[in-house]
Design a protein around this ligand. Structure first.
Ligand code: NAD
Length: 504
């Protein structure tokens, strides 16, 4: 660990267990054992507010992936996991949730140090969301069932369906909510009886490696959960093609999702894709302005805008537009920009130098396209990948900053005159992940909801997430759902069973 990072950890009084974990040699988890893997090749892990190196993760080779898939395959095909009674699986999932809860503060610190994000948000959202997701799906393990059917075919039959786990699930996740996104995919897979091979994002693998230690401690049979750390274009791409993986569930960008999805379908794998977004927020002229200002700012700048369903396109009804924007700018300027471990941090640094450069390049694009920069637009002096929260006003629908996902703290906005125009603006995007409406008029809200082409619609709120509610996109934001009862079917095969009976 570089001295700058150690100093950073000391300055904010990081826990001893967190430091102990970060000082360990990081190893992958394959077939129930922690292994160095690879050919000894590693990747530096950088802390985003100091730009110092925390540790190294192993870069898996495809031989490591082969071992992980073989372990998951062997456990699924012949292992103890399939024979566990549903209540046993449920108990194990609860035990894992208990262990995550017992280590919640440590996991939150690891997540903050690795991703750069606010440690308070990491504790309250990422880690709490992870615990809740495992608890929610633990309960499903004992509540899965098929149905009996009365066929009209001549003769006598007992016809019924069985729900069976799809098999080995390949899980590929991005860097913005590493642990929570993993939970969104893994908890349901384990609840239905699948085994898994997980590839975290190469930028942020640490919480997944700590999580794997808790999986081992919880007592899951070997091979049920496997973690390989490595490059997306090597290990992720090989997972998408691997015949030993039955189902691929991917969260990440639309560009990569297109390739991964294509490769998975070519291999006739089942596939779920949770992809990018550019989610519209409609503020109607009857909205509670103060509440909407807070909601819009939080919905955009939470996690420094590195959120798939961030409300990154703002449309405000013309009658309140100027007042709303003025109040939004004032409020945005009060958001605390600080390193992630600072408990007051709201705007944390971005995850990497590359992400900062990407976001700043979009700020330049916005200026060149003629959008009016009304807030922020600057990087911060000193170390760290900080970008000030930024707002562009009077944007045209065809601008690149309006059409493309920036994935940073950059909000684009425009006025609208009537609700039909608002709907047209909202839907004028290749994405369809989420949309938000701010209004006090239930009739207007109910009129709008069916017209918005988005998988999640938030009213007078943003990113309200619960494991019981499905999450997923329309259009190029992907297909399939994570979370909710809806997710379960995507991880199970339905077997139709016909038993011919003699007439009594
Ligand atoms: P990314 O697509 O670059 O990477 C996502 C994952 O895919 C990483 O683990 C990466 O290593 C892997 N990967 C990269 N290239 C690959 C390839 N050729 N084959 C297989 N795997 C590959 O995305 P990112 O930059 O890590 O994350 C940001 C993106 O994720 C944004 O577009 C964001 O909107 C999206 N996202 C979507 C959701 C959702 O639920 N819809 C949630 C979070 C993030």
């Amino acid at each position: 660990m570089e001295a700058t990072v150690r100093h950073y950890l000391e300055r904010f009084g990081v826990r001893e267990d967190t430091k102990r974990f970060l000082d360990q040699a990081q190893r992958m988890y394959i077939g129930g054992a922690f292994v160095s893997g690879g050919e000894g090749e590693t990747l530096d892990v950088v802390e985003p507010s100091t730009e110092g190196v925390i540790t190294q993760i192993p870069l898996a080779t495809t031989a490591d992936l082969e071992r992980a898939v073989a372990a998951a395959r062997a456990q699924f095909d012949n292992g103890a996991w399939r024979r566990l009674k549903p209540l046993e699986r449920e108990r194990l999932l609860h035990r894992l949730a208990d262990l995550i809860e017992a280590h919640a503060d440590e996991l939150a610190e690891i997540e903050s140090i690795d991703v750069g994000k606010s440690v308070s948000h990491a504790r309250d959202v990422d880690v709490q969301g992870t615990i809740d997701t495992f608890r929610y799906f633990a309960g499903w393990a004992s509540k899965l069932h098929g149905r009996t059917v009365e066929p009209s075919l001549p003769g006598h039959y007992l016809a019924y369906t069985r729900k069976e786990p799809v098999g080995v699930v390949g899980i590929i996740v991005p860097w913005n909510f590493p642990l929570q996104t993993l939970a969104w995919k893994l908890a349901a897979a384990l609840a239905v009886g699948c085994t898994a091979v997980i590839k975290p994002a190469e930028l942020t693998s640490l919480s997944t490696l700590r999580f794997a230690q808790l999986v081992q401690e919880a007592g899951f049979p070997e091979g049920v959960v496997n973690v390989v750390t490595g490059r997306g274009n090597v290990i992720g791409a090989a997972m998408a093609r691997h015949p030993g993986i039955d189902k691929l569930t991917f969260t990440g960008s639309t560009a990569v999702g297109r390739d991964v999805g294509g490769a998975a379908v070519a291999g006739i794998k089942r596939v779920t894709l949770e992809l990018g977004g550019k989610s519209p927020v409609l503020v109607l002229d009857d909205a509670d302005i103060a509440a909407a200002v807070r909601g819009v700012a939080n919905g955009m700048f939470f996690n420094a805008g590195q959120v798939c369903d961030a409300g990154s396109r703002l449309y405000v009804q013309r009658g309140i537009h100027d007042r709303f924007l003025a109040e939004l700018i004032d409020y945005t300027r009060t958001l605390t920009i600080a390193p992630g471990l600072d408990r007051d941090c709201f705007i944390s640094p971005l995850v990497s130098a590359q992400q900062k450069a990407r976001v700043m390049s979009y700020v330049d694009v916005g200026r060149k396209e003629g959008a009016e920069l009304v807030c922020g637009g600057n990087r911060l002096d000193g170390a760290g990948y900080f970008v000030a929260p930024t707002i562009f006003a009077h944007c045209r629908a065809d601008m690149r900053i309006v059409q493309e996902e920036i994935f940073g703290p950059v909000l684009v906005s425009a006025p609208f005159d009537d609700v039909d125009e608002a709907v047209a603006l909202a839907n004028a995007s290749p994405y369809g992940l989420a949309a938000a409406i701010y209004s006090r008029d239930l009739n207007r809200v109910h009129g709008l909801v069916p017209k918005l082409r988005a998988g999640n619609v938030y009213v007078n709120a943003h990113s309200t997430i619960d494991p019981a509610m499905p999450f997923g996109g329309f259009k190029e934001s992907g297909f399939g759902k994570d979370l909710g009862a809806e997710q379960l079917d995507s991880l199970m095969e339905t077997k139709a069973v016909w038993i011919t009976l003699n007439e009594a």
